[in-house]
Design a protein around this ligand. Structure first.
Ligand code: GTP
Ligand code: MG
Length: 321
């Protein structure tokens, strides 16, 4: 463990492929908060059907970490097969870059510390949005009776170049740094996914044209744009999804896709829509036109940041086999 829920297959660790489905391995699909509960459940069910032990995790959610911790403890006890608990077991976090191994190690340590009755300072692994941050192996105590330690490890990535589709997904999700292709190309790839998905339709309520409760045949639910703006003013923002820029970006994306009358199944027409979106997003992100060529790079960087932090909706980029 662990791969990442956005790309459960593309993030599979080559090293473990031949060892898949052993009772000594748990496939922890991390970042379920970015993928959405129902889609994530379909993937854990899939891995369970292939006799693997699997669970979805959100490294930032205490309840989710408690579940993973419980699963690890049960599995350790089962493998040991004894009723006494005076032994020590070690669990290793293995995965490709940026899937959240260090974040999981920290959270398991934090939550498990109480049951481990550990004394001394809380240890911290460095967590970073940049891949390849962890450079050495560190141990964190996560349980006692039996003592359980978790090892946070540097990521492993096969030197074999995957096919273009897998590579694109790895770059889009931040597993491989943005150095192989330009940010703009990665953002274009994301926009193509968004434009072909159902996700943008959920932002219909944010549309400025939405005055009659129906927008391009899509029922809008209860709030029109002006009602939304009015309501928003009265609310105290509780999370960053209510941030004005995010709202503006979502609205821009919704309006550009739903007002486009071309056929996006043709590559050139999808390209035309994406070009239009880049121009419109410049305003949404307050990127000055004076930036010239750099404007698109800035828009791309900001858009990718929103996607990677879950503020542009839920996605699972791999298809269930
Ligand atoms: N939304 C969300 N973000 C997460 C989760 N787990 C980790 N992250 C973020 O993902 C990024 C990478 O996390 P790390 O824990 O550094 O990943 P890693 O696998 O240790 O990466 P390397 O050591 O660099 O290979 C950081 O920005 C984390 O905040 C999660 O469950 N949900
Ligand atoms: Mg790490």
């Amino acid at each position: 463990m662990p791969p990442q829920t956005l790309i459960p297959l593309s993030s599979e660790c080559e090293l473990l492929r031949n060892n898949l489905c052993s009772s000594r391995q748990i496939i922890a699909l991390n970042k379920v908060d970015l993928a959405g509960r129902s889609g994530s459940q379909a993937w854990t069910d899939y891995f369970r059907r292939t006799n693997c032990i699997s669970c979805g995790v959100d490294a930032h959610n205490k309840e989710s970490i408690k579940e993973l911790l419980g699963l690890i403890q049960r599995q350790v006890r089962e493998l040991r097969g004894t009723s006494h608990a005076n032994y020590t077991a070690t669990v290793m976090l293995i995965g490709i870059p940026n899937v959240g191994k260090s974040a999981l190690a920290n959270s398991l340590h934090q939550v498990g510390r109480i049951s481990a009755a550990e004394k001394g300072k809380l240890r911290h692994a460095t967590v970073s949005p940049e891949p390849g941050e962890t450079k050495d192996i560190r141990s964190f105590k996560i349980g006692s009776h039996p003592n359980i330690f978790v090892l946070d490890t540097p990521s492993v990535l096969s030197p074999d170049v995957p096919d273009v589709e897998v590579l694109s997904k790895l770059i889009l999700t931040g597993t491989i740094g943005d150095c192989l292709v330009s940010r703009k190309e990665i953002a274009e790839y994301f926009l193509a996914i968004l434009n072909s998905s159902e996700q943008y339709k959920k932002w219909v309520k944010l549309s400025r044209d939405n005055t009659v409760g129906i927008y391009h045949g899509i029922p809008t639910g209860c709030l029109t744009f002006s009602e939304f703006e009015g309501k928003k003013k009265k609310q105290i923002p509780t999370d960053h999804t209510q941030d004005d820029i995010v709202c503006h970006v979502r609205r821009t994306l919704f309006e550009t896709v739903s007002s486009f009358d071309g056929n996006i199944s043709y590559e050139d027409e999808m390209g035309a829509l994406i070009a239009r979106q880049f121009a419109a997003l410049q305003e949404a992100f307050h990127v000055s036109a004076e930036c010239g060529e750099d404007a698109h790079v800035k828009v791309a960087g900001k858009l990718l940041n929103l996607f990677r932090t879950g503020r542009l909706g839920h996605y699972i980029l791999d298809h269930l086999p």
